[in-house]
Design a protein around this ligand. Structure first.
Ligand code: PMP
Length: 377
């Protein structure tokens, strides 16, 4: 198999797997238990939180562990009470976990604005400025799109929200560890990210809640129960996954710059080869302001499902993995102005730590062979 679906998930790093395994075997005591074994578990979580916050340039008490970015996104939205006077702004190309949480807020009676994007997938900070109202309680714009890799201009967006005095949330799930080294690059009050996109375990994520926001407003708890995560996200901690998540973040730091350059070259190489062999291929991803490891393309006349079925040994994706069970064309590509037919001919190729130049060549070749067969057929 040639795995080129690194936006869907990443393989767990061996070192991370060892950390998870060791913690599973040795640190099984309940971190809330007051005995020595429990205290050891508690210390291990505290240590993971401290190491992560140091790397991310924030304070330990600003990081709340969750089960992943879906939960972190839902929590951010749930902080706004769904009264008709409360307004949230988000964008058309957010991950479903943000868009659907916002639509649920709207169904409960909240006021929602979904900002459009341009044909390259970017929101316009001036348009955001125009839609903010006195009742706006939250603006949420993702840092990097999981289908196209488009990087939103978060610093400019943050200027707008700062001027308006509105908290900014950003879903940085695809950005942390790739284009975002630490949160000084993301001037937001709330940031979601996830372990399994950075070679860490599934079921571990976090929501950063800035000290400023914690001081200025009452942060509603996501769940009710015990005192874990400051009582705001109770439930016995997934300790092995949290420890693995922390290790994965550390490892991403080691390879941050070199990996970014390497995957960018692989992406360029893939694009050059494919466009030589299939001249009709069109790039949906923006060339600039794009994740280095993500490429979304379309091949006119070639259905993405048929293409993927013809090369099952190559793991690529049509849109987001989370939506692959529904046959609807990608909401992200439609929002960029593509027709439903164009969206159905689109695929996403993701490059990662394990990807080699040979795999890139083989994948481009395999796709071009299938395209010529499908077109003839
Ligand atoms: N946001 C984005 C941008 C994502 O790519 C994903 C994962 N596909 C999520 C949120 C959800 O993350 P998780 O799987 O950790 O719930």
């Amino acid at each position: 198999m040639i795995y080129l679906d690194f936006q869907a998930t990443t393989p767990v790093d061996d070192d991370v797997a060892n950390v998870v395994d060791k913690a599973t075997r040795e640190l099984w005591a309940n971190p809330s238990s007051p005995h020595m074994a429990g205290m050891r578990s508690q210390e291990a979580i505290g240590n993971a939180r401290r190491r992560m916050s140091k790397l991310l340039g924030c304070r330990p008490h600003e990081l709340y562990f969750t089960s992943g970015a879906t939960e972190a996104n839902n929590w951010a939205v749930s902080m706004v009470g769904a009264e008709p006077k409360n307004h949230i702004v988000t964008t058309t190309t957010e991950h479903k976990s943000m868009l659907d949480a916002c639509r649920a807020f709207q169904r409960r009676g909240g006021d929602l604005t979904v900002l459009p994007v341009n044909s390259r997938g970017f929101v316009n900070p001036d348009e955001l400025r125009r839609v903010i109202k006195p009742a706006t309680r939250l603006v949420s714009v993702m840092a990097a799109n999981n289908e196209t890799g488009a990087l939103q201009p978060i610093p400019e967006i943050a200027e707008v929200t700062r001027d308006a005095g509105v908290p900014l949330h950003t879903d940085a799930t695809q950005a942390v560890g790739y284009v975002i080294k630490d949160f000084t690059q993301l001037p937001a009050d709330l940031i979601s990210f996830s372990g399994h996109k950075i070679y860490g375990p599934k079921g571990a994520g976090a929501l950063y809640i800035s000290e400023r926001l914690q001081a200025s407003s009452k942060i509603p708890s996501l769940l009710h129960g015990g005192g874990q995560e400051g009582g705001r996200r109770p439930g016995t901690e997934n300790l092995p996954a949290i420890l693995g998540f922390a290790r994965a973040l550390e490892l991403s730091r080691v390879t941050y710059s070199s990996e970014r350059e390497r995957v960018k070259e692989l992406k360029n190489e893939f694009w050059n080869l494919l466009s030589e062999q299939v001249p009709s291929v069109v790039r949906n991803s923006p060339v600039d302001s794009c994740l280095p490891n993500c490429l979304n393309i379309r091949i006119p006349g070639v259905d993405a499902g048929e293409l993927m079925a013809a090369i099952p040994q190559i793991a690529i994706s049509a849109g987001s993995a989370c939506n692959s069970n529904d046959q609807q064309p990608s909401h992200v590509l439609l929002a960029m102005g593509l027709t439903a037919d164009e969206a159905r001919t689109s695929i996403r190729i993701g490059f990662g730590r394990a990807t080699t130049a040979e795999e890139v060549r083989d994948a481009a070749k395999a796709i071009s062979v299938v395209v010529s067969h499908l077109k003839v057929g």
